[in-house]
Design a protein around this ligand. Sequence first.
Ligand SMILES: NC(=O)c1ccc[n+]([C@@H]2O[C@H](COP(=O)([O-])OP(=O)(O)OC[C@H]3O[C@@H](n4cnc5c(N)ncnc54)[C@H](O)[C@@H]3O)[C@@H](O)[C@H]2O)c1
Length: 398
Amino acid sequence: MKTPNTTEPMLRLTWTDPVTGTHGYLVVHSLVSGIATGGTRMRRGCTLSEVEDLARGMASKTAAFNLPVGGAKGGIDCDPKDPEARGVLERFCTAMRPWLDAHWVTAEDLGVPQHLIDDVFAKIGLQQSYHAAITRSSDPQRTLQRVQAGLNAPVPGGQLLGDVIGGYGVAQACLGVAGAWGWHGAETTVAIQGVGTMGGGAAWYLHEAGVRVVAVADAAGTLYHPSGLDIPALLELRDRYGEIDRSGVAADVQRLPRDAVGTVGADIFVPAAISYAITPDNAMEVKARVVVEAANAATTPEAEAMLAARDIPVIPDFIANAGAAAWAWWLLLGEVGADPADSFLRLRNEMQAKVALLAAEWEATRVSPRSTGLMLAERNQAERVAAEATGEAVLAIP
Ligand SMILES: NC(=O)c1ccc[n+]([C@@H]2O[C@H](COP(=O)([O-])OP(=O)(O)OC[C@H]3O[C@@H](n4cnc5c(N)ncnc54)[C@H](O)[C@@H]3O)[C@@H](O)[C@H]2O)c1
């Protein structure tokens, strides 16, 4: 059987916006029980092949975390700051409606916060971006209430659970790495590229765990302090695009070029912004001891091989950033509810266990964490296919 990482996608769709002429894409890598899951991104320059890579990554993610659904992704070639962006997203979702009605569960991604996509879904009469799963439930109204209560549960820092859970999972992946290699919290340093939903959440929970976050970058540049940044203060200064207002940043924080975040020499580098952040052009400059991918497709295969040759493992996206997707499905399936403590505990345990497995394999055999993760996904997928063959129900949403 082919692994979820190597099969061709079952569907590639290209959409042209009748108003602006911009393009949007939907790639469904695989359907399981008639459903695929994956966020929708907006980025000037987004391509079909990028969305295809991301959909494949989603299929690996759902298999690795034993979620009873396939993988998909949406992408729109539009700057999220463009005044037309919301209209473009609305028209894209309207055009994708046959998929969104019944087969594609989407959510936030780069340039598209969850509240924005939910607003758009409400406007086009689909209520919430998990609509295709909610309508499959035995009690759609109760499921919708459970989903909304979970997404909107307040957490410390004035945030909502749905906005921080993905970043919390990335922080747990970093803590899992540190634990596996016996690094102590306060002695461990982290640099994070991107301080939006994923990077900001990861920074918050790493800081809270006592890890020193020494560098963060947003689209405007890198901020660096060798003894650790005041993360809560910096996150307060973000605008809705995840950019930090430099006028409020403390004077002793160094302002470095945007790409310096990968080369400052922290123990852990977390790319949490763009795809293809680490390429053969900059892989030799990465000074971290390990890369933890919060961004999807953050490292190209060539760059990952170059890092491995330098003894720098990469904890792959489909494990490290899977918290948001896994949690959304735990919520849909009624396995967690509105109490953030249950969600944090479940995600911490699952993420740290997986990362420990990947790290141990790397330590013992130098098999890449990506290969070990894909083997895990393949094994889970084979078990699911066998369960389907016996007629066991795969997707049952209460
Ligand atoms: N949001 C989710 O639920 C989720 C889940 C899994 C994976 N991801 C992935 O994580 C990544 C980030 O998504 P997000 O939702 O946090 O995005 P976001 O739009 O909330 O934040 C993006 C951040 O990256 C910064 N940025 C943009 N370009 C940059 C550059 N060239 N250099 C440095 N910083 C830059 C922005 O200023 C902002 O701080 C994406 O690859 C996305 O696919 C997101």
